[in-house]
Design a protein around this ligand. Structure first.
Ligand code: HEM
Length: 636
């Protein structure tokens, strides 16, 4: 009996190895046929088993194998697109290459021309939607679907993203940013305490903005609340607590089945389940209220995402939900017996808007603050531009139509663009080719054939550092945050057309995105070389929403405050920042700067978006004029 078992195990192992070798040979042959450069790997980096155990095997391989056998380890961690950036393309001498493995071929792209072709040939290079299944927590949505179903979702979810609605985003962002700062400092304070949770606070700010602008629910900061908030009748958590808990434990929600979250003897799982069910209840209440508003002809305020989703699903005053023919009347409904969007799909879209919209913008504001603390002279230049644009007017008088285009075209826009260049929240935008259908692709005057069933990664980290596309002093300069690279000299500025961002409208519902990424008064990257918001048909729906929010928050903070690296951990006993001599000041700042650089180099990891996963960079905000570590002190 035992010998049969051993035989069966050996047989299975043999079959597994034989199949692995066969798959590798097939993928290698396809890569050779493609005409593209390729490198070989013994494992597929995104294989589930490898993903969960690579931290055990990799050090082991590095210990026992000779260095010449280890070239594949460059690609063996899931975040290799980030750790390698453009360096790997330089090493291989090309801007596109295939990583061949037994599981799948992967095409890595840092070529702008190829990116343009891929993003505009939607059916040839669709999204690998199996990767996005976990986003269907509440229902299918515009992010997790493809083909006709995606078109359907996109058509219904696009209308609220208009300039009129971005005005609401602007106003709420100004309000929330002021409030966040008030939570850190009293009106007479000159300096904040060391802040170790700036990223969490920015996340909260961004959540507050989307909550009001998207769903009409204004969220408050703890210092604005009069005592702890009570959940309303029928709820065990407040809306804010449910949403915050849900997003704080997002990974739990995406990975664990709901029954396990409910029944497992684990507090985090149980609490996350409670947040999940509570948020669902709130969204259903919001949905029902909106349904009532829409079917009785009452208009929604502001951006009103939920209202747009309900109206898009076919409900109106003429077609309340109990009208049997409601959906038959709607053009484009492939199956008249079913609603245009089901209730689950409406809630699914509401959830991904919050997910896609809050972390990306929050990261940008957080890292822009960290970078500005590390580069005081760029910060001063930003503040000079803010003074020139906004003068002495209080933020209640800042004007969306007048001021936003100017902010876009100033150092404020340059800081935002540069942060998104250096640290795009999505470092590899995933696409694929269909099984059985290779796809032609041309780049640098040559024609290639991308293998069928190939995973394609548009490497934002690589493209954004490709020396072909960016003004730079040397290669290292491309890794650095230098917003001044976006500023044009006077002559170039004059020849640039007058502000195109001011006239920008919402995204096209179905066509590829042809809108420029940046203001015309700043450096305009070659199309396809700068894609923090992706591009083409599947470009970000909330791009302008995010940009307006980021500009509003940066302007609010830096008009009044400066940010500095907190140096407390480098002070000796008895030392204080106020009494440090010039030399010692320079020394502690250098140490804080080095630590920040090291963390940004080694501490980043991707879960949905890229962020510092362990230790954070502590910051302090000081009233302008009271800086302790200005450009004069730190020498940059
Ligand atoms: C700095 C801010 C933002 C950045 C950098 C960003 C980036 C991106 C990227 C790279 C994609 C493509 C993802 C992929 O193909 O897998 C995307 C898609 C999307 N984003 Fe954003 N985003 C931002 C803000 C927002 C906001 C504020 C919202 C909504 C309120 C939003 C909603 C969406 C949606 C719905 C999609 C899917 C579009 C589709 O597939 O048709 N994003 N975003």
């Amino acid at each position: 009996m035992v010998s049969y078992l051993i035989l069966a195990i050996v047989g299975l192992a043999f079959a597994y190895v034989a199949n692995t070798v066969r798959c590798f040979a097939v993928n290698l042959a396809a890569a050779k046929k493609s005409g593209l450069p390729y490198v070989c790997m013994p494992v597929y980096t995104f294989n589930r088993f490898w993903l969960s155990t690579h931290l055990i095997w990799l050090p082991l391989c590095k210990k026992i194998l000779p260095a010449s056998w280890l070239t594949w380890t460059d690609f063996a961690i899931p975040d290799w697109g980030w750790t390698q950036k453009h360096g790997i393309y330089e090493k291989l001498g090309c801007d596109m290459f295939i990583v061949v493995s037994p599981g799948k071929n992967l095409l890595a792209v840092a070529d702008a021309d190829a990116v343009n072709q891929i993003t505009t040939r939607r059916t040839d290079f669709p999204k690998p939607i199996d990767l996005y299944g976990s986003l269907d927590v509440f229902g299918k949505n515009v992010v997790s679907t493809e083909g006709a179903i995606w078109r359907h979702h996109r058509k219904i979810t696009s209308p609220p993203f208009t300039e009129r609605n971005n005005r609401v985003v602007w106003e709420e962002s100004l309000r929330q940013a002021k409030s966040m700062m008030a939570g850190w400092m009293k009106p007479d304070d000159e300096v904040s305490k060391p802040l170790h949770d700036v990223s969490d606070q920015m996340m909260r700010l961004s959540l507050h903005v989307i909550s009001l602008a998207g769903f009409g629910v204004r969220l408050t900061w703890p210092h604005e609340d009069e005592g702890p908030q009570k959940p309303p009748p029928g709820h065990s958590l407040t809306f804010k607590d449910a949403l915050t808990l849900l997003l704080d434990n997002l990974l739990v929600v995406l990975v664990f089945p709901k029954w396990m979250m409910k029944w497992a003897p684990n507090k985090t799982l149980n609490e996350t389940y409670e947040a999940y069910t509570e948020w669902y209840k709130y969204m259903r209440e919001m949905y029902n209220k909106k349904l009532d508003d829409v079917t009785s002809g009452r208009a929604g305020d502001g951006m009103d995402l939920m209202g747009a989703l309900v109206r898009g699903a076919g409900y109106s005053a003429d077609s309340p939900p109990d009208t049997p023919t409601m959906n038959e009347k709607k053009p484009g409904n492939p199956n008249p017996s079913k609603p245009i969007l089901t209730e689950d799909e409406i809630l699914g879209n509401a959830f991904v808007f919050i997910l896609a919209g809050h972390e990306t913008a929050a990261n940008t504001i957080h890292f822009a603050s960290v970078f500005l603390a590390m580069h005081p002279s760029s910060q001063r230049r930003l503040q000079q531009d803010l003074d020139a644009i906004l003068g002495d007017r209080p933020s209640s008088e800042w004007d969306y139509d007048d001021d936003v285009p100017k902010l876009f075209g100033s150092m404020c826009g340059a800081v935002m663009n540069e942060e998104l260049r250096v640290l795009p929240p999505v470092v590899g935008i995933p696409k694929t080719t269909a099984q059985g259908v290779p796809q032609g692709l041309s780049a640098a005057g040559r024609h290639y054939s991308v293998p069928a069933g190939c995973f394609v990664s548009l490497s934002t980290a690589g493209l954004h550092r490709n020396p072909k596309y960016w003004p730079h002093t040397d290669l290292e300069d491309l890794n650095n945050f230098r917003p001044e690279r976006w500023l044009l000299d006077d002559e170039a500025q004059q020849s640039a057309s007058s502000d195109s961002q001011a006239q920008e409208q919402g995204p096209d519902k179905e066509g590829p995105d042809t809108r420029p990424d940046t203001a015309s008064t700043l450096f305009r990257p070659l199309k396809g070389s700068y894609v923090p918001f992706s591009d083409g048909y599947r470009s970000c729906l909330g791009r302008r929403f995010g940009q307006v929010e980021i500009l509003a928050v940066l302007a609010t903070i830096f008009k009044t405050w400066s940010v500095e690296l907190d140096v407390s951990m480098f002070l000796r006993e008895g030392e204080s920042e106020e009494t440090l001599g010039a030399e010692r000041k320079r020394e502690v700042w250098r140490l804080a700067d080095e630590r920040a650089r090291e963390l940004m180099r080694t501490g980043m990891g991707t879960i949905v978006t890229i962020q510092l996963r362990g230790e954070k960079v502590p910051l302090r905000f000081v009233r302008r004029g009271g800086e302790r570590f200005g450009a004069g002190v730190v020498g940059k």
